[in-house]
Design a protein around this ligand. Structure first.
Ligand code: F6R
Length: 261
């Protein structure tokens, strides 16, 4: 795992945007994996600015979302499809039709999950996956206890995640859906490069467990230790509990620019 302790969230966003820009420079039709939530918002803003400035185009790229709530009507502003339409699609030059998400209103949810896996595979798999991490160590909506071999499926959200996400639902955890569809841990590990962002002291324990803890279903993000190309972009607060944080900072600083990320 490459851990990069960044001086600001903006710096982390720039590094993630650099990784995407480098990818599409050599592979304009690259497949991006998109996360929702607060952590990637500055990355999407940064990509939007580069597109507006004519420095980047994502018009030939494709994208797949990580997860979706079950049962929210398609018009609900907090479906992840609608969040990504606002936070990402509206800012860059990708056609909405090139962005795929799970259908949380499907009458046959297991089938919707299996179809999604097939459509990701037929697109050639994800080249670069943006990830956040939950305070309980979840990635996508793979809550603690999720199988490390899991594929895209229905999951029940924990009380902790519903509490964390209540800020998007008028502050009321009961208004957060109980179920979701999520790419599995094994699905996520198939992406060729994973870029995880985590900010703030609320993420410090989860980041420590992910990076320095044992690989365990108790911290689903610890499965990322099995992946050969993971970049973890954190601020000082999220890095605060890492025993080897001095080493991570030096390692990154010592690398030539082309080797970073
Ligand atoms: C959302 C997702 C979640 C979030 C995580 C952190 O698509 O996959 O795993 O990344 O809950 O959320 P924020 O970034 O809002 O703290």
């Amino acid at each position: 795992m490459e851990v990069v302790i960044c001086e600001s969230q903006q710096r982390a966003a720039e590094l993630a945007a650099d990784a995407i820009a480098d990818l599409v420079a050599t592979s304009p039709g690259a497949v991006l994996g998109l996360a929702t939530g607060s952590s990637p918002v500055l990355v999407y803003d940064e990509l939007g600015e580069r597109v507006s400035a004519g420095k980047l185009s994502l018009s030939e790229a494709r994208a797949f979302l990580l997860d979706e709530y079950v049962g929210l009507p398609a018009s609900h502003p907090e479906t992840y499809r609608n969040v990504i339409a606002r936070d990402f699609v509206a800012k860059v030059d990708i056609e909405p039709a090139r962005v795929s998400g799970l259908d949380g209103t499907a009458s046959d949810l297991p089938r919707a999950c299996a179809d999604y896996e097939r459509s990701m595979a037929s697109a050639g798999g994800v080249d670069l996956q943006i990830l956040g991490i939950g305070t309980d160590g979840h990635i996508a909506f793979n809550e603690p206890g999720s199988s490390l071999g899991s594929r895209t499926r229905i999951k029940t959200l924990t009380d902790q995640t519903r509490k964390d996400n209540a800020r998007f639902f008028g502050g009321d955890p009961a208004a957060v859906p109980q179920h979701c569809l999520t790419q599995g841990i094994a699905t996520i590990l198939e992406a060729r490069h994973l870029v995880l962002l985590a900010f703030g002291s609320g993420k410090a324990e989860a980041v420590r467990e992910m990076v320095e803890g044992p690989i365990s279903t108790s911290c689903p993000a610890s499965a990322l230790q099995l992946h050969p190309h993971v970049s973890v972009l954190v601020d000082e607060d999220a890095a605060a509990l890492l025993a080897r944080r001095g080493q991570y900072r030096e390692t990154f600083a010592a690398k030539p620019e082309w080797q970073r990320l």
